[in-house]
Design a protein around this ligand. Structure first.
Ligand SMILES: Nc1nc2c(ncn2[C@@H]2O[C@H](COP(=O)(O)OP(=O)(O)OP(=O)(O)O)[C@@H](O)[C@H]2O)c(=O)[nH]1
Ligand SMILES: [Mg+2]
Length: 650
């Protein structure tokens, strides 16, 4: 039963953010909460499911494909329960706004921003993985905002659950982060979001390890989570009699109505047709009047006449609205504290694609089209920065929060029909008191004991410093390091190779420190095509000894394209389009059965991590290629010589 908007008062509103390390089950839990809230028919919800994890809340195509949350999202449910100690049949109803957040470190800024909407949070921790780098980051932010966490030990169905230890880890983390006594006395819920049950009873949860239901109660559902939200998350501290103040924390865009500003009303109320002022971050005030006010109900938004302080809503039809703006009363305009937006940490050059294959696949290829697309992105992608680069307006310097953040933008553009080339990602260096500082990250690796040596060696070679090492169960070692962010570029793929795919790594920004030593270069050289044409089987066979190929027979390549990795540390120019000389000698049967090693498949992000300064990634709707900046072999040799001379002179 949905609540009548007229019945919503600050006292019955609960605003809760779901925060956790990546993959600890936030979205799955939110989906189950939606399903169990009884506000929807099951058929309605099933139609909305999809993607790798079949989740409703991960609704955009890239999220569905990758099985991760990229954008935080709001939904709202109503929850009813008998009044405690009340008359028979008396029920009380609550309006719960739930904010699902992304767990990946690159989107930490987004989490920080939407925490402003919430009065409390559910901190999910995987019952086996325990406290991870992003758990630490989101928890530190929650504490900074004065939010007392409800700890949800999730995935208790895992056979390798270690519930008691995980709770100790969370407790230690809170102490380390300087939480007060009230926060240290956190309520704990044990759950399996996927199986849809929760309990407050630790022993019952421990007994559920390796099972798909709670042995002590077959009918258990997520009611304990709802109860914890209603009982432990404070009602919004707001005053609905004061003049209107609403903070915009998220933007949405719709082709028909344009920009939509989403945020929380902190004081007063906003009514349909009411004049407002939009106070920009720089203090400028603009008179305006929203065309529509939408409130969140379930997964949707419905038009409404009025929204009161404490609730979250969306405004349609404002001429200018940006993240961090305050929507205020024209009679008494006063701004709320602005939202903090994280500084970019990684920068890349985007430029027009000028390869011989330029314009063959893409619909949008000019610098004007790329500029317009980036301008559009800037409106809602807060952590992004774009500056004009050199090359007569053909280049843009784009900065973001990390490789995934920028990689997702590129992937989205490619799907929309864009074609462009990008340079090697560079870590943003910051000048503090006249000294160059670089970002240092906190890195955690879980690796099977047998491959710990290789993992340590690799991280050490990239200036990683070991901070702690401890066993996790019998077979796995948990290692924590501090490492310059530079050293992280390309680390993931190298680590997987060095540990036969068995290590898991996560990292998060820690602090800035003075730059130490020169950057590390790729160990291996590359194989570069010397001619434009189709890759032949014959050439691939000949190349097998030289290294690993990124292309397969039949692929179209051009001179200057990177077609593989050399076994040695220098680049090698190769003829990958070579045809076999026909002769009268019949091929022996032995020759016919040669099996080619499969080409190494390089994803867009893998390519971005792979290239060096003198190389580019060429991105088109159907293909991603790597190339030398200078395609012509002799010109390239000359420019390499010049670079070497310059380096020697320094
Ligand atoms: N065993 C077990 N697996 C779960 C549970 N909940 C989620 N998972 C699995 O964990 C993976 C991640 O789940 P998500 O809900 O996407 O995690 P998330 O925290 O939203 O991830 P991000 O948004 O990318 O940070 C999926 O493969 C889920 O099927 C659970 O209760 N038990
Ligand atoms: Mg998610």
């Amino acid at each position: 039963m949905a609540l009548d908007p007229k019945d919503i008062t600050p006292a019955i509103i609960r605003n809760v953010a779901i925060i956790a390390h990546v993959d600890h089950g936030k979205t799955t839990l939110v989906d189950q909460l939606l399903k169990q809230s009884g506000n929807f028919r099951v058929g309605e919800l099933e139609k909305l499911m999809g993607g790798q994890h079949d989740l409703i809340m991960d609704s955009n195509p890239l999220e569905r494909e990758r099985g991760i949350t990229i954008l935080s999202k709001n939904c709202a449910v109503s929850y009813a329960r008998p009044v405690k100690g009340g008359a028979d049949g008396a029920i009380e109803q609550f309006h719960i706004n739930i904010i699902d957040t992304p767990g990946h470190a690159d989107f930490g800024g987004e989490v920080e921003r939407v925490l402003r909407l919430a009065d409390g949070c559910l901190l999910l921790v995987d019952s086996s993985e325990g406290a991870m780098p992003q758990t630490r980051f989101v928890l530190s932010k929650a504490i900074e905002f004065g939010l007392r966490p409800i700890v949800v030990v999730n995935k208790c169905d895992r056979p390798d659950a270690r519930i008691a230890e995980v709770i100790n880890e969370v407790f230690d983390l809170l102490v380390e982060l300087g939480a007060d006594d009230h926060a240290l006395d956190f309520p704990i819920v044990y759950s399996s979001g996927r199986a849809g049950w929760a309990t407050m009873d630790q022993d019952a949860a421990i007994a559920a390890a390796g099972r798909d239901h709670l042995p002590s109660d077959d009918d258990a559902d997520l009611r304990p989570v709802f109860e914890a939200i209603v009982d432990h998350i404070p009602r919004p501290k707001v005053d609905d009699t004061k003049p209107l103040q609403m903070l915009i924390t998220t933007l949405d865009y719709n082709d028909y109505v344009g920009r939509i500003g989403i945020g929380r009303v902190f004081n007063g109320r906003i009514r349909h047709g009411q004049p407002v002022v939009v106070i920009k971050r720089d203090g400028k005030m603009l008179q305006d009047r929203p065309a529509k006010i939408l409130r969140f109900i379930g997964l949707g938004r419905v038009e409404t006449q009025e929204v009161i302080a404490g609730d979250i809503c969306a405004l349609v039809g404002l001429t200018s609205v940006d993240i961090g703006d305050t929507i205020a009363d024209p009679e008494n305009p006063s701004a709320l504290p602005p939202v903090k937006v994280d500084e970019p940490t990684l920068t890349m050059v985007f430029r027009v694609n000028d390869s011989p294959f330029a314009g063959m696949e893409g619909e949008y290829v000019t610098s004007r089209q790329i500029r317009e697309r980036l301008d559009k992105e800037l409106r809602s992608n807060v952590a992004l920065r774009v500056e004009a680069g050199g090359g007569a307006g053909e280049e843009f310097i784009v900065s973001g929060r990390g490789l995934l953040h920028l990689g997702i933008l590129l992937e989205t553009m490619r799907r929309e029909g864009f074609e462009l080339a990008v340079g090697k990602p560079q870590v943003v260096i910051k000048e503090i008191d006249g000294v160059e500082h670089e970002p240092i990250e906190w890195l955690v690796i879980d690796a099977p004991n047998a491959v710990v040596g290789s993992a340590m060696e690799l991280v050490g070679s990239r200036k990683g410093e070991v901070k702690s090492m401890e066993p996790r169960g019998d077979a796995v070692t948990h290692m924590a390091f501090e490492i310059p962010a530079r050293g992280l570029i390309g680390l993931r793929s190298r680590l997987l190779t060095a540990t036969q795919g068995q290590a898991i790594m996560h990292h998060t920004f820690e602090r800035f420190a003075p730059v130490s030593g020169p950057p590390q270069r790729r160990q291996q050289g590359v194989l570069v095509a010397n001619e434009t044409g189709s890759v032949t089987t014959h050439a691939c066979e000949l190349m097998a000894e030289r290294g690993v190929l990124f292309v397969s027979p039949g692929d179209k390549v051009y001179a200057g394209q990177i077609v593989g990795e050399h076994n040695r540390d220098n680049d090698l120019v190769v003829n990958i389009t070579r045809l076999k000389h026909l002769s009268n000698v019949r091929a022996s049967s032995k020759e016919a059965t040669i099996v080619l090693k499969p080409a190494r498949k390089m994803t867009l992000e893998a390519c971005l991590e792979y290239i060096e300064d003198d190389e580019l990634v060429e991105i088109a709707p159907a293909t991603v290629r790597m190339r030398k900046r200078v395609l012509d072999e002799s010109l390239r040799k000359r420019s390499e010589r010049q670079t070497r001379d310059k380096e020697a002179a320094v």
